[in-house]
Design a protein around this ligand. Structure first.
Ligand SMILES: Cc1cc2nc3c(=O)[nH]c(=O)nc-3n(C[C@H](O)[C@H](O)[C@H](O)COP(=O)(O)OP(=O)(O)OC[C@H]3O[C@@H](n4cnc5c(N)ncnc54)[C@H](O)[C@@H]3O)c2cc1C
Ligand SMILES: NC(=O)c1ccc[n+]([C@@H]2O[C@H](COP(=O)([O-])OP(=O)(O)OC[C@H]3O[C@@H](n4cnc5c(N)ncnc54)[C@H](OP(=O)(O)O)[C@@H]3O)[C@@H](O)[C@H]2O)c1
Length: 518
């Protein structure tokens, strides 16, 4: 069966380069038989132009406008293929479109924004999707990975501070023991850990609810548990689902509180308190006290969190090392804590075991197959994690390829994570180059991109020598590194910025430019 490929109209809200790219993509899509199954392998930007985690949701939806429902649902996902939902972005979308998956809140990095967009798309039937294309079975043939990863119990061994006294940050080298679990991993994998919620917050919620901590309830994970345990290990109390907020709204006795809660549940712009956790909602809206079971079942299940594995199995086979930034902030006079990062940094002890699973990288985020290929690694902050593993692996294999690391953090004196190892590896020659950017050691912020720009000519030579480029760390950094790299390629290669982006896209397709950002 063949189809005539539609072209997006000239007045569609795209630049000419984007239009050409999307038209090319649509043409390629229609050139294939629509009944051809889309493989369950991770998607690429080439296949799905919105599959770029650095694009905001609105932009992704614009790019996907007019596509069939599974593709629209996919564009609403955070595009990280992080696996925390138990699928890839594309297979989660396909499962929802097929009606096999009912939960719309599984996309952890997409959060409420994604959950709301999924709901809206399903309610409106993806208003802009043409009916003829809506019927296309393409995504109906995507097989959701319902088998789930193998989960084992890992034992916590420690969380050594990587920052020195006086740092504004708290980054830990977490070690988990896998001995006897049978769990195997490869360099470039992440590990998913199932945290528990902060016991003080759980106790405060139970007190606010005036409930019995031992009362049995049906938890969102389909188990019957005592309330305290359900709130500790089964419910997302950090980001109460819209459904839970609606339950609170419908049961609030005070009409004003009910209205404010309803506005929050519907995501009204300016609805307050934005980003509230369950305890905050119960405190701010004391008249909202729904029946316990109704509230608990409306909460989303607590999701695992992923951490890049910071060691090579060739060196630390029975263990995994992680590099975890403890997330802490303050709101309404209450200290707030990231659930998993503070579970690992503060609460876990040598007696603690936790369910873990191995999550392979979404893209080809692994050391190059050829030991001779040059490798450029850009990993500020916790982005250093996988590169410690890459370097351990190359060292262990006696790989001859040149290695270049760009690292950055706030201050050299306190935040040079793994400083001793990195300096030793530089002296040994394992690291041919180590370029560092300490953002707050001078009045103006200096980031890794600045060091890249200073090394433009050398970077270009390495690229021409076949170097692989890997980027890992926070999302905003990943986006800015993209921009910097495109500018470097444009200047050094004597090409326009569009051509430079196409050059990088081609490197991406060859697995020579790979990002893992969160
Ligand atoms: C593939 C992958 C690899 C990763 N690797 C690593 C890694 O190696 N190291 C690492 O540290 N992390 C890594 N992460 C991120 C990690 O999975 C968690 O997202 C992170 O640790 C935060 O989780 P948490 O449970 O501690 O915080 P959560 O309880 O999920 O809270 C985080 C949320 O708190 C809110 N928040 C945070 N700060 C503020 C603030 N100042 N004001 C208001 N609200 C705020 C935001 O809504 C934020 O989304 C990775 C993620 C992915 C997808
Ligand atoms: N709330 C918390 O307590 C807390 C604590 C740690 C991490 N986190 C979050 O966890 C994630 C990862 O943290 P992390 O420790 O890996 O690193 P990070 O906070 O991203 O910082 C690492 C280095 O990157 C710099 N940086 C910031 N923006 C950048 C950009 N656009 N381009 C290049 N470099 C940039 C930082 O500089 P500057 O910091 O000087 O701008 C710092 O020098 C981030 O999303 C962070 O927000 C939160």
């Amino acid at each position: 069966m063949s189809h005539i490929a539609p072209l997006i109209p000239d007045d569609a809200p795209f630049s000419s380069a984007e239009r050409a790219f999307i038209n090319g993509w649509i043409a390629a899509y229609y050139a294939t038989d629509v009944a051809t199954p889309i493989s369950a392998a991770p998607a690429t930007v080439g296949e799905f132009p919105w599959h770029d985690a650095s694009l905001p949701l609105d932009r992704r939806m614009e790019i996907a406008a007019g596509q069939p429902m599974p593709q629209l649902l996919m564009a609403a996902m955070a595009q990280q293929d992080c696996g925390q939902c138990g699928y890839l972005c594309r297979t989660y979308a396909a499962a929802i479109a097929e009606g096999k998956e009912k939960a719309l809140t599984r996309c952890v990095p997409g959060g409420k924004e994604t959950a709301r967009k999924l709901k809206e798309l399903l309610e409106t039937g993806g208003a802009s999707a043409p009916a003829t294309v809506l019927a296309a079975p393409a995504a109906a043939t995507i097989a959701p990975d319902t088998s789930g990863p193998a989960t084992v119990a890992a034992q916590f061994r420690g969380a050594r501070p990587l920052n020195r006294a006086g740092s504004a940050k708290d980054t830990r080298q977490v070690v988990l023991n896998l001995y006897g679990s049978g769990l195997r991993y490869q360099t470039g994998d992440s590990i998913g850990i199932m945290p528990t919620n902060c016991p003080e917050t759980v106790a405060a919620i139970i007190e606010e609810l005036g409930a019995d901590p031992h009362a049995d309830v049906d938890a969102p994970n389909s188990k019957r548990l005592p309330l305290r345990e359900a709130l500790s290990r089964a419910c997302d109390i950090g980001r109460p689902s819209d459904e839970a907020v609606e339950v609170l709204a419908s049961r609030a006795r005070d009409p004003d509180q009910s209205q404010r809660l309803q506005a929050l549940a519907e995501g009204y712009p300016g609805a307050e308190p934005e980003g509230a956790d369950l305890l905050e909602l119960l405190t701010v809206f004391p008249s909202a006290r729904p029946p316990l079971q109704e509230l608990i079942l409306a909460l989303a299940p607590l999701q695992p969190r992923l951490y890049s594995i910071a060691c090579s199995p060739l060196v630390h086979g029975g263990e995994v090392h992680l590099t975890v930034a403890a997330v802490r902030w303050e709101k309404r006079g209450r200290a707030r804590k990231g659930i998993a990062s503070c579970f690992l940094a503060e609460r876990a002890t040598e007696e603690t075991t936790m369910p873990v699973f191995v999550q392979p990288p979404a893209h080809r985020f692994r050391p190059p197959e050829s030991d001779d290929a040059p490798m450029i690694m850009i990993g500020p902050g916790t982005g250093i994690a996988p590169f410690r593993a890459f370097l351990q692996e190359r060292r262990e294999n006696g790989a001859k390829g040149r290695n270049w690391l760009f690292f950055g953090d706030q201050r050299r004196a306190t935040d040079f994570l793994y400083e001793d190892e990195l300096i030793t590896w530089h002296k040994e020659g394992l690291l041919s180059r180590l370029d560092v950017a300490f953002s707050r050691d001078q009045p103006e912020r200096i980031y890794v991109q600045q060091r890249m720009r200073e090394q433009s000519a050398r970077l270009w030579r390495w690229l021409n020598d076949g170097a692989y480029v890997f980027v890992c760390g926070a999302m905003a950094m990943g986006r800015d590194v993209d921009t910097a790299l495109a500018a470097i390629v444009a200047r050094q290669g004597g090409m326009g910025i569009g051509a430079a982006k196409a050059y990088l896209a081609q490197l991406g397709r060859e697995g020579r430019f790979v990002k893992d950002v969160y």
